[in-house]
Design a binder for this molecule. Structure first.
Ligand SMILES: *Cc1c(COP(=O)(O)O)cnc(C)c1O
Length: 356
């Protein structure tokens, strides 16, 4: 419940840390802006909405999320448009997804209207930190965690919600070599795979490390029961083009409902590309690789937008994919999405939210 005092208090920095944003040197998630948004859930309601100088947290060693993992997050971006204005890309989709993650982890969703207000207020305040170059963006990280000082295992009664901003540089990555994982599992039916829940990422690191030792930069996760059907690629949704048809695993509780995935499906359907959201078996992929009908494979997500896959490894054998330069659909999408986010094309699907 939101009461009268549901206003955001703003405490500005006395001097900005920003001298000169060296855009060429920006990496991902290493630099943070002057301010952050903070709110607390106390006595059954969200309260203390404030924007403060970016600073460290201080907490009890008994803070519940450290022990029992009630911790969720989101990731979205704002871009500088060609008109110089700041545009958020589909913030409502992330706001809704965070509410879904919260519900799964037995946490109280943050009020949607305040979430958007906080995002806009914060971005507006730290506007000078917006990178401008193509490929660069302001990465926005909302997150929430349980704050009870109590070691008993139970859902926390108190929570903190925060938003921090990280100007991030142009993100060019070479196409990756991926391995179809048939031993470890990212998500199981009835589990937490569809939530942007911290523990999902913790569980994926050891399998990723083992794959890296074999020379693979990324994993393709398969279903937890039989390892027969593919699910996601690392922390991105997976898309394939087979014989001109764009295929992607259909959503269920083991797959994270990506905003990039949804945006791409909307766009390519509009372009007249046939889209199939369905079960995709490893066997089908291997057959398509052998028959050379697998034309494109790529991961899709906010951080990299489109991450091309160059090689797929399965049971000790590596299959090479067609040259990235020949990939019509993902090539066209990469360019269109960059133009779209920077308001260089018409906002046909109402994906953009301008910051005044
Ligand atoms: C965040 C994420 C994605 C991509 O979602 P976007 O909304 O497109 O950024 C896909 N899979 C997993 C596991 C993720 O955490």
């Amino acid at each position: 419940m939101i009461t009268e005092q549901a206003r955001i208090k703003i405490e500005k920095v006395s001097t900005s840390k920003l001298h000169n944003l060296a855009e060429e040197d920006l990496q991902f998630g290493k630099v943070f802006t002057d301010h952050m948004f903070v709110a607390d859930y106390i006595d059954g309601e969200w309260t203390n909405f404030k924007i403060t100088p970016y600073q460290n947290l201080s907490m009890s060693p008994a803070t519940s999320f450290i022990h029992y993992g009630q911790s969720i997050f989101e990731g979205l971006k704002a871009h500088t448009g060609q008109d110089g204005k700041v545009y958020l890309f589909r913030p409502q989709a992330n706001i809704k997804r965070m509410a879904m993650s919260a519900t799964r982890m037995c946490m109280p969703p943050f009020p949607e209207d305040l979430f958007l207000e906080a995002l806009k207020e914060l971005l507006s305040l730290d506007k000078a930190w917006m990178p401008k170059k193509d490929g660069s963006s302001m990465y926005i990280r909302p997150f929430m965690f349980g704050t009870d000082e109590y070691l008993g295992v139970k859902a926390s009664d108190n929570y903190r919600f925060m938003i921090i901003l990280s100007p991030s540089g142009s993100y060019y990555k070479n196409p990756v070599k991926v391995k179809i994982e048939t031993n470890f599992t990212r998500a199981v039916a009835g589990g937490t795979g569809y939530a942007k829940f911290a523990g999902n990422y913790a569980g994926s690191m050891y399998p990723a490390k083992l794959a890296a030792e074999e020379g693979y930069q990324q994993l393709i996760w398969t279903d937890g029961k039989y390892h027969r059907n593919i699910e996601e690629s690392g922390t991105m949704n997976l898309m394939l083009v087979i014989d001109g048809v764009l295929v992607t695993p259909k959503l269920n509780d083991t797959i994270l409902k990506g905003v990039t995935r949804d945006s791409i499906l909307t766009i390519v359907r509009d372009w007249g590309v046939t889209v199939e959201e369905r079960t995709i078996s490893v066997e089908e992929i291997v057959k398509a690789l052998e028959a050379k009908t697998l034309e494109e494979a790529f991961g899709v997500g906010t951080a990299a937008t489109i991450a091309q896959i160059s090689t797929i490894g399965y049971e000790g054998k590596d299959y090479e994919l067609p040259n990235v330069a020949d990939r019509k659909i993902s090539g066209k999408l990469s360019k269109y999405l960059e133009d779209y986010k920077r308001a260089r094309v018409q906002d046909k699907y109402h994906f953009l939210e301008v910051i005044e």
